[in-house]
Design a binder for this molecule. Sequence first.
Ligand code: PXP
Length: 241
Amino acid sequence: MIELGVNIDHVATVRQARRTYEPDPVIAAGLAEQGGADGITFHLREDRRHIQARDVELLVKTVAVKTNLEIACDPATVQIACQSRPTWALLVPEGRQEVTTEGGLDVRNDGGRIMEAVQRLRGVGIKVSLFLDPEPDQITAAAKLKVDAVELHTGPYALACCDDPGLELERLRVAGALVCQRGMRLHAGHGLNYVNVRPVAAIRGMRELNIGHAIVSRAVMVGMRQAVAEMRRLLDLVQPV
Ligand code: PXP
């Protein structure tokens, strides 16, 4: 069975739009668990644009399934991860101007910094996965760092889906086979949605998919009717005073 990691960052994005207390990603995580999530993923970005330190603390304490904290390799953030102790840490590159994670880590050229983060995290018992483009050289370099998993970047595949995803899917298959051959868990994520997810889920050896934007988007849509009906009912019950 393929595990589903639900990324709840964009619940926090809506909250931060008003700097208020709702919607609370911690409550969303509980509901995601009830829906069948095998894990909850959240990205503590340096600019704190969505998930806050308070969320990380509460999520790790309250989520019953595994937690997957996505972070950059900088020492201060790695320190927060080491203190909060999620089940997994997912290391990603982070750019200040990017709207979302734009590419995989460059393990070949940035191996020292990544290795330091991996060792600190594994040293306190946190499992580590690296977010990588489906490039054999990067996977070979990752295997040398003794990480537990590789999450393949499916963004280019998702973009190609509007046209012809065949080539990108084949890159994912080849890279996925190498991840498994090197003894690491195979994960994938980014840009996956209700239309394009199945061919990625069918890749041999795939263990886990991390999906955020599509699920949060759908949650808004399937919940809109009820949310409006509840407000309508409230207004209908008001008596003039
Ligand atoms: N994996 C990684 C490393 C990501 O950065 C993200 C986005 O936060 C996801 C998976 C989930 O991507 P999406 O929100 O497009 O489903």
